[in-house]
Design a protein around this ligand. Structure first.
Ligand SMILES: [Zn+2]
Length: 125
């Protein structure tokens, strides 16, 4: 197993959380069912909407202050603001999605996180 920084680095680069030898992605955001290098099973880990949630908040935090500053200092029309910031928001979101997805996936895979389930005997426990 890798030490923490290299494991985090592998996750940020979209590499296998077990061996770091192959990409976890089979498409832009689709994951392989198993690691092509070491065969680690990826079927149980599913990050769902988690990456999009974190990317949405990070991009909002990064983009909102400059939008406000440009509006206060330059007072451009709304269409100019849209023209400037829509590509920035889109570009940052696309750029952050893969690293966030692979990192959340690696954390789920590592700690075997899964959805909560009701106990079959009812009433939860
Ligand atoms: Zn692997």
């Amino acid at each position: 197993m890798h030490a923490f920084p290299s494991r985090l680095g592998a996750a940020l680069r979209g590499r296998c959380p077990s061996c770091g030898g192959a990409s976890v992605f089979s498409g832009f955001l689709d994951l392989h069912p198993a690691c092509p290098a070491c065969g680690a099973d990826f079927r149980d880990a599913d990050s769902g909407d988690g990456p999009a949630f974190f990317v949405m908040f990070l991009v909002a935090i990064l983009v909102t202050p400059p939008v406000i500053l440009v509006q206060v200092w330059l007072e451009p029309p709304a269409w100019v603001q849209m023209l400037i910031w829509a590509p920035v928001v889109l570009g940052l979101s696309v750029a952050f999605l893969r690293p966030f997805k692979s990192t959340l996936f690696a954390l789920q895979w590592r700690y075997r996180a899964e959805e909560a389930r009701w106990d079959d005997r009812g009433q939860g426990s």
